[in-house]
Design a protein around this ligand. Structure first.
Ligand SMILES: [Zn+2]
Ligand SMILES: [Zn+2]
Length: 149
């Protein structure tokens, strides 16, 4: 088998995306997958995935801050109606936990590992801070095939 780009050269492998044969010079490796130069350029844009991870982590941090403020606010106000307190405290806990998981998910999105965790984190980040979190979900879903599996 000859290289698709260099008919005079012997191919070393085939692109896992388009199936073209590639020689030593053309062969590109991305996280264990062989790609031809064309597919490698088309499929490898780490910027969006990095943005997803950063948005996810920032939205998560916002969630943690909101949660802490809610909890501190409820704590600092002794006149708060017990029913309101019973509602605010779990809400604060939900924000803090979701925010923490969103930060973890964002880190994994940056590392391009554990897609389900990155997706879960981005969904939680959308709950914490929708303007960034929704973008994080979209990028994480679109970039699924760039995660190691
Ligand atoms: Zn290819
Ligand atoms: Zn070649």
């Amino acid at each position: 088998m000859k290289c698709f780009f260099h008919p005079e050269r012997e191919a070393l492998g085939t692109c896992t995306k388009c199936g073209k044969a590639v020689c030593e010079e053309c062969l590109q490796e991305r996280r264990g997958r062989i790609l031809c130069p064309t597919c490698s350029e088309a499929g490898f844009r780490p910027g969006e995935l990095a943005a997803a991870g950063i948005f996810c982590a920032i939205a998560g941090a916002v969630g943690i801050i909101v949660g802490i403020n809610l909890a501190a606010g409820a704590h600092a106000n002794p006149l708060l109606h017990p029913l309101v307190r019973a509602f605010v405290e779990p809400l604060a806990a939900i924000f803090i936990i979701s925010g923490g998981l969103a930060v973890v998910g964002g880190v994994y999105a940056l590392k391009q590992k554990f897609w389900p965790l990155a997706l879960a984190g981005s969904i939680l980040s959308a709950f914490c801070f929708p303007p960034l979190g929704v973008l994080a979900v979209i990028f994480t879903v679109l970039k699924r095939n760039e995660f190691a599996r």
